[in-house]
Design a protein around this ligand. Structure first.
Ligand SMILES: *[C@@H]1O[C@H](CO)[C@@H](O)[C@H](O)[C@H]1NC(C)=O
Ligand SMILES: *[C@@H]1O[C@H](CO)[C@@H](O)[C@H](O)[C@H]1NC(C)=O
Ligand SMILES: *[C@@H]1O[C@H](CO)[C@@H](O)[C@H](O)[C@H]1NC(C)=O
Ligand SMILES: *[C@@H]1O[C@H](CO)[C@@H](O)[C@H](O)[C@H]1NC(C)=O
Ligand SMILES: *[C@@H]1O[C@H](CO)[C@@H](O)[C@H](O)[C@H]1NC(C)=O
Ligand SMILES: *[C@@H]1O[C@H](CO)[C@@H](O)[C@H](O)[C@H]1NC(C)=O
Ligand SMILES: CC(=O)N[C@H]1CO[C@H](CO)[C@@H](O)[C@@H]1O
Length: 324
């Protein structure tokens, strides 16, 4: 083998290392512009931090997602209540200022805690995105500011909480009422699976797994739930708590039943329809409000009694309120 062959071999062998090193630390002065392929990957390529397009619109969420599996599953997002228009810019400036600004320069998001002294940023292999100081101490980390998901090794600190999103595709803060007791201890080897535990939009907290590689095994190629709490979310609001839990998992003027995966199925009462046609979890409103002063009508002509068999009404107040 001639010298040039060794050289080629050396370059080929060191290429991934060089690329990896380049990507591992995001240096001051780096930036991303909101578009489909703008992201920074972790060294292993398992996770990416960047812009994710929402609902085929020119609107982007600054987020962290699993990079190697199809169907982009987000594990963290910054601006769910304030999506970034195309052309927005995320910048780690030379003075360590980390901000997402819109096309007109308006600030859309920044990490609230002090980011003085930031030396570099990094997307780590465990799914944590960090802003680090000169001695590699973390000044800010996505793991300490969770949204609806926690990942293996991530710690939810005392007082920390997860918030669900509104719906599968709306990343605004969801209806966050129930408090569950997590004492389940199920340890499975990390092995060939990715894991995430997510407070889903329907209020169920579930541990999900997904095969790391695309095999044709029986567990399939999608996320599946390993365990979830609570077991019966429809009855969970019947805890006797004095606080208003917003009508339970289905919202006001609705009723709830469980599907075969123990997820809530929400239905409106007769004479009511969904408050938000895009969100079945957001309660129902009356189709027509009876008007007692109208044409000297008798009350019994304005109301109709209907039987709803096999239904349990735990808190009657939930059926006569509208969200404020
Ligand atoms: C990232 O930067 C820090 C601080 O300069 C350094 O200690 C660390 O080795 C760098 N990591 C990589 C993978 O280059
Ligand atoms: C950080 O950047 C934002 C947006 O460009 C700017 O409004 C803010 O004043 C900057 N803060 C510092 C401390 O430089
Ligand atoms: C998401 O839901 C919230 C609350 O219902 C609503 O105000 C907001 O406009 C929705 N966002 C999008 C992008 O549809
Ligand atoms: C949670 O469950 C554990 C074990 O069943 C119990 O010891 C603990 O008191 C419970 N905590 C709350 C806040 O209900
Ligand atoms: C959870 O399970 C692990 C492994 O089986 C065990 O070592 C640990 O003590 C358990 N923790 C609790 C709180 O039961
Ligand atoms: C996937 O299925 C194909 C055809 O059924 C089979 O030849 C192959 O060995 C399978 N691969 C794995 C990893 O199971
Ligand atoms: C338990 C919990 O965090 N509840 C919150 C759900 O959301 C409402 C409105 O955002 C808060 O007021 C509750 O504290």
């Amino acid at each position: 083998m001639g010298f040039s062959h060794y050289l080629v071999l050396f370059v080929l062998l060191s290429l991934p290392v060089l690329l990896g090193a380049q990507k591992a630390n995001i240096s001051l002065g780096s930036y991303l512009t909101a578009s489909d392929d703008a992201s920074w990957r972790s060294p292993s390529g398992d996770f990416a931090f960047g812009f994710s397009r929402i609902n085929n619109q020119d609107l982007f969420l600054l987020a962290i997602w699993y990079e190697k599996i199809p169907g982009r599953t987000l594990v963290w997002y910054a601006n769910g209540d304030n999506l970034a228009p195309k052309g927005s810019k995320l910048q780690l400036s030379n003075n360590g200022n980390f901000t997402l600004t819109g096309p007109q320069g308006q600030e859309i998001w920044n990490p609230k805690s002090s980011t003085d002294g930031v030396a570099y940023a990094a997307m780590l292999d465990d799914g944590n995105f960090v802003l680090a100081g000169r001695d590699s101490n973390y000044l800010w980390e996505s793991f300490k500011n969770p949204t609806d998901t926690i990942l293996p090794t991530q710690v939810l600190e005392l007082g920390g909480k997860l918030s669900s999103r509104q719906t599968e595709t709306n990343y605004s803060k969801g209806r966050n009422g129930s408090v569950v007791n997590l004492t389940k201890n199920r340890t499975k080897s990390m092995g060939d699976y990715y894991y995430r535990a997510t407070l889903d939009a329907d209020g169920i907290f579930a541990l999900h797994a997904h095969p790391r590689t695309q095999t044709n095994g029986s567990l399939g190629k999608t996320w599946f739930a390993i365990w979830s709490v609570p077991d019966d979310i429809c009855s969970d609001m019947d805890a006797g708590t004095p606080t208003d839990l917003g009508g339970g998992p289905c919202g006001y003027n609705s009723y709830c039943r469980l599907d075969e995966k123990r997820r809530p199925l929400c239905e409106c009462l007769p004479g009511f329809s969904l408050s938000d046609p895009n969100n079945k979890l957001n309660g129902c409103k009356q189709n027509r409000i009876p008007n007692c002063h109208q044409d000297n009508a008798k009350p019994e002509d304005l109301y109709e009694m209907q039987e709803l068999p096999n239904t349990f009404w735990p808190v009657s107040a939930n059926f006569e309120q509208l969200p404020g």
